[in-house]
Design a binder for this molecule. Structure first.
Ligand code: TRP
Ligand code: SF4
Length: 328
């Protein structure tokens, strides 16, 4: 039996951080051989917000280096840049013709961004989920490992599949989301989602000193005002990070000691800092090494893009047949 297909993408919006890692990238590396896997840098999604070409060029290389450093292996999966495998752009147009405005208007990510940016939203931001669906459908993807902030976009992708299949006949499988076992990380400020643009992250290439410095002031359970106040780990983002990186025995110990006020938050954070530093050290080293050779990174992405295009074009020809279009 042939393998099921896995696909996921990440935006090139700066260095990857531990939220990206736990929410998605760690699973990319884990499952890359169990599935026929396609992973890519979502360049066209990023330009809905980032308007700085220099940043774009840099971030594309940095994110590629980070992804490879996390163990994603271009020999075992297909790793590419969305803008090189252009088929999904064409499919995006086709899919937009079976997507209802009402469904797009309900997308919370777009509504949040519209509010945050405080400027009229560009049409790309509105169509963002359709392009995401096109990325997924171009490879007839079964499984999509992404963070829980992408649930609604995955639901929409399934709706688009149903609409297309109803209109033109069975073509695409309904893609399922593969959620990570760790709940969503908040930023270190404890308020919002961990995101590069808010400066509340620990990045994968942070060194031990900056990990410590960043964790020290991080928000914990608000009920632990004094060292003697018992805490509730389920209300603490630092604990959530422990769950992602520390072993189960350590987590159980932290849980007990926190509830009994047997450890202070600083002890708890420094334990986590050591664990993080140890886990991230090899990733940081590999990423720094890879970043020194941008030409090699680009070559890896080019080869991946060529492979990705072959698969996506096979799908696209089937779509053209269904729509009554000639092949180019
Ligand atoms: N929207 C995704 C994110 O920000 C990135 C993305 C684009 C993606 N296309 C995709 C993820 C297709 C999975 C599948 O995380
Ligand atoms: Fe969070 Fe650890 Fe402090 Fe408990 S002891 S509130 S888990 S940082």
């Amino acid at each position: 039996m042939s393998k099921k297909i896995m696909l996921s993408g990440v935006q090139p919006s700066g260095d990857l951080h531990i939220g990206n890692y736990l929410g998605a990238i760690r699973n990319w590396a884990r499952y890359q051989e169990e599935y026929a896997s396609f992973f890519f840098i979502a360049y066209y999604h990023a330009i809905t917000e980032i308007k700085d070409p220099q940043l774009m060029r840099e971030a594309t290389c940095h994110v590629a280096a980070d992804v490879l450093a996390c163990g994603v292996d271009p020999e075992k999966c297909t790793f590419f840049v969305q803008s090189h495998a252009r088929t999904s752009l064409e499919l995006c147009w086709v899919l937009s013709c079976v997507t209802s405005m009402g469904d797009l208007e309900r997308m919370t990510q777009y509504k949040d961004k519209a509010r945050q940016l405080n400027i009229p939203v560009n049409a790309g931001l509105f169509l963002y989920p359709v392009l995401q669906a096109a990325d997924i459908l171009a490879f007839k993807t079964h499984v999509v490992p992404v963070g829980d902030d992408q649930c609604q976009h995955l639901e929409l992708a399934r709706e688009i599949v149903r609409r297309f299949n109803t209109a033109y006949g069975e073509t695409f499988p309904e893609p399922q989301q593969l959620l990570s076992e760790v709940p969503r990380l908040l930023g270190l400020d404890g308020d919002s989602k961990m995101s590069k643009s808010k400066g509340n992250t620990i990045s994968l290439i942070d060194d031990p000193e900056s990990i410590k410095a960043k964790l020290k002031p991080a928000k914990t359970d608000v009920h632990r005002q004094r060292r003697s106040d018992p805490g509730d780990p389920s209300q603490c983002n630092v604990y959530t990070i422990h769950q992602g990186f520390s072993d189960p025995a350590t987590c159980a110990q932290v849980d007990r000691d926190c509830r009994a006020a047997a450890i202070g938050c600083i002890d708890c954070k420094m334990m986590l800092a050591d664990k993080l530093a140890a886990t991230l050290a090899p990733i940081r080293e590999r990423s720094r090494e890879l970043r020194r050779h941008p030409d090699q990174l680009r070559e890896i992405l080019r080869q991946g893009s060529a492979r990705a295009t072959l698969t996506a074009e096979t799908t696209m020809n089937e779509v053209r047949d269904k729509l009554g279009l000639f092949h180019p």
